[in-house]
Design a protein around this ligand. Structure first.
Ligand code: F3S
Length: 428
């Protein structure tokens, strides 16, 4: 791989051992990918620290500090090096817990201490502690053409498709190395020629609410896997929440990292634009039959209609979604056999607190939580067996990771389930 002078200097250790290891990692990674060079980035989103369940155990049993955690898990180095301040704008994605609701999440004081230590450590290095899978909802909004190095599949697909930012789905290691160097291999979605559509999807049903967009994403992801779908026939402009749920679902059932919606997303002003003048390698339709197939797949684990947990906020809820939930929930009471947890970024919770939304949720018996979610933090209300969610992504992962049944439906159906303790949803 060709290296620029500043890159060679880092690789030679002129900026200390941590940046040397970071550059060495990026060079090995880039060479494995066939990248010819690195590209500058000033926008990195990653996870670090030791709040994820497996890392909590590792840090506790090895009695190691955060320099050692970062060296081992972000720089691929058994040798512990002192971690310097980050070189470029770097944000923390989701964590493994909500420290404020640790008790509800069944998390002990030792793990909360790890969280607090990590916040002090990484905050001190200049990492922005957004603590969410949706950095674009709380101030990190890349512009079209901006080269980024992001982890988190639902954020990556949003960045590429909706914002026109350019990122591959990075891992903890490459994101950590990018934070210290401001570099990332120049390949994949950084290059114009890899951003054109491959599959044309013709919508033959109206895709209305957020759950509908999730189903659509789930169906398309299964068909196209890791390629780039182009949606035509969308009758109105979907909002942030709909595109967020669509992308999260498509990146779960397949590995989609980019899509186009004709007339909506920034690199798809026309079919010609979206496909770069080439022909799609495949065309397929999404009509009532396909929608039914997607619904049945997403709901394949739901058997028992007695719901004991309703989880909302995958990806983390926007303020608009919290406001919508509060309209459904105000003055109501959650069923005694059911819990309601809603996940959102901390910055949005701050506004929700001010607006009285947190109080509405808590008065009903629910919780508005931050930083994590049930699948990533592996946190569930005690004894949960049957969950209800309005996210196809969470319906995909929660049964697989936590061994529970999951019902998928609209936000309204989920709130009804929380109030009655019964799932009464169905395809409309
Ligand atoms: Fe976010 Fe968890 Fe879903 S981290 S995208 S809420 S699986």
């Amino acid at each position: 791989m060709r290296l620029a002078d500043d890159e060679k200097a880092m690789l030679d250790g002129k900026e200390g051992p941590a940046r040397q290891k970071a550059m060495d990692l990026l060079v090995r990674y880039g060479e494995a990918l066939g990248a010819e060079r690195l590209i500058d980035t000033n926008n990195v989103c990653g996870t670090m620290g030791a709040t994820m369940p497996f890392l909590r155990d590792f840090a506790a049993t090895h009695g190691i500090g955060l320099d050692a955690v970062f060296s081992e898990f972000s720089l691929d180095s058994a040798e512990v090096v002192e971690i310097p301040k980050v070189k470029v704008y770097s944000c923390h994605l989701q964590q493994g817990m909500d420290p404020v609701h640790a008790e509800q999440q069944g998390i002990g004081p030792q793990a909360v201490k790890l969280y607090r230590d990590g916040a002090a450590f990484f905050g001190g290095l200049g990492v922005q502690l957004l603590n969410t899978c949706t950095p674009y909802q709380v101030g990190n909004v890349p512009v079209k053409g901006e080269h980024c190095a992001w982890m988190e599949s639902s954020a990556v697909i949003y960045c590429n498709s909706v914002l026109g930012g350019r990122t591959n789905a990075e891992g903890r290691e490459s994101a950590g190395a990018a934070m210290l160097t401001g570099k990332i291999p120049y390949w994949g979605y950084h290059l114009d020629e890899n951003r054109f559509g491959t599959h044309l999807v013709e919508l033959e049903v109206e895709v209305k609410d957020t759950a509908d967009w999730g189903l659509l994403g789930y169906y398309i992801g299964e068909v196209v896997q890791e390629q780039i779908p182009v949606l035509s026939g969308v009758k109105y402009v979907p909002n942030l929440a709909r595109l967020k749920h669509f992308g999260a679902a498509a990146s779960s059932s397949g590995g989609v990292e980019m899509y186009h919606v004709i007339g909506v997303t920034p690199e798809a002003r026309s079919l010609e634009d979206a496909f770069g003048g080439k022909k799609p390698i495949m065309k397929f339709k999404y009509g009532p039959a396909e929608r039914k197939i997607a619904y049945e797949r997403v709901n394949s684990t739901g058997k028992d209609r007695n719901v004991d947990y309703v989880m909302l906020g995958c990806p983390h809820y926007s303020l608009e979604q919290i406001w919508e939930v509060c309209q459904l929930l105000e003055g109501q009471r959650i069923h005694e056999n059911c819990s309601l947890w809603i996940f959102t970024p901390g910055a949005i919770k701050h506004v929700a607190d001010q607006n009285g939304y947190t109080k509405i949720i808590e008065d009903a018996g629910g919780f508005l939580m931050t930083d994590t979610c049930s699948a990533v933090g592996r946190v569930l209300p005690k004894g949960t067996k049957i969950a209800a969610v309005d996210s196809a992504k969470q319906a995909h992962y929660l049964p697989a990771i936590m061994g529970v049944q999951a019902w998928f439906g609209t936000t309204f159906e989920c709130i009804q389930a929380a109030i009655t303790g019964r799932w009464s949803g169905g395809l409309q």
